[in-house]
Each structure stands twice: as C-alpha cells, then as structure tokens.
Design a protein around this ligand. Structure first.
Ligand SMILES: [Zn+2]
Ligand SMILES: [Zn+2]
Length: 152
C-alpha cells in the first residue's frame, strides 16, 4: 500500500503536502535540504484530506518531530513565518490587481457617449424569457446605458 508522503524541513519547520518526486529538494525558505516522510495515511486519504485536518496533522508533525530535531532552529522558524506572511500578502495583492485590471470600466454608450453603463446580467436575461416566454431583446447585447436606456 502506498502511503501519503510529505516533505519537511527540519531546520525551519516547513512542511509541504507536495508530491515527493524523488528529486533532491531544498527548502524554499531556508535552503536546507528537505526530508521525505511518510504519513500514516494512505496516499488517497492524504490527498483528499480536508485542509483543516491536514493542518492539524502537520502541526503535530511539527510539534513531535521537527521541534525535537537537532537541526531545528527557532530563528529559522520565525523567519519562515514572516516570509510566508509576506508572500501571502503579495499573492493577495496580485490577485486583487488582476481582478481590477480584468474589468476596466471604460465602456461608453455608442449612442449618447455616456460612460454610465452596466453589464447586462445573465439573470436578467433568463428572468425576461421566464416571465414573457420570449427571448430577451437584450440577447447578443452586453451593456446597458443608464443615460439613454439603450442596449448594445
Ligand atoms: Zn527550511
Ligand atoms: Zn446612451
């Protein structure tokens, strides 16, 4: 039977769910070589495990194994925590920027030139055909002008 595997850094306490592909890995945070370990779960259980439960398992590995290892360094762990928080914040920033840039609100009404336009929602179209039993006249049109009430 195949057991779920993970990689751990005994120096800073980093644990990855990651697949152990047999290559030599170095810790992303401190450069220490990662060690491959087996969980007591089968590979399938480990992969499908809820995030919370997996975090608990990792925590207990950190408490019972890593913190007792002679390689373990409290400083390296602190450094890793600061670093990973910074990376998480950057990741969120980038995601927010991507969303912002994906919807530039520069669409203008071709009839009156107003910038006060809104996207016609799919819900509205479906509702229309549900109530009137006919296809919405806005089909094929994406935007509605709040100024002159035209769709385009
Ligand atoms: Zn490390
Ligand atoms: Zn208009």
């Amino acid at each position: 039977m195949d057991f779920g595997k993970f990689l751990m850094c005994k120096h800073c306490g980093f644990i990855s769910d990651g697949p152990a592909d047999g290559k030599c890995h170095k810790c992303h945070f401190c450069g220490y070589p990662l060690e491959e370990c087996e969980t007591q779960y089968t590979q399938e259980e480990w992969i499908n495990m809820e995030f919370d439960e997996r975090s608990r398992v990792k925590e207990s590995i950190a408490e019972n194994v890593i913190k007792n290892a002679p390689e373990f360094s409290e400083d390296a762990m602190l450094h890793r925590q600061i670093q990973s928080e910074k990376e998480m914040a950057e990741f969120i920033d980038q995601a927010v920027n991507r969303i912002k840039n994906a919807q530039p609100n520069q669409v203008k009404c071709p009839y009156c030139g107003s910038g006060s336009v809104q996207k016609i929602s799919l819900v509205k179209r479906v509702l229309w055909s549900g109530i009137f039993g006919i296809a919405s006249p806005t089909i094929g049109k994406e935007w509605h002008c709040n100024q002159c009430n035209s769709d385009f």
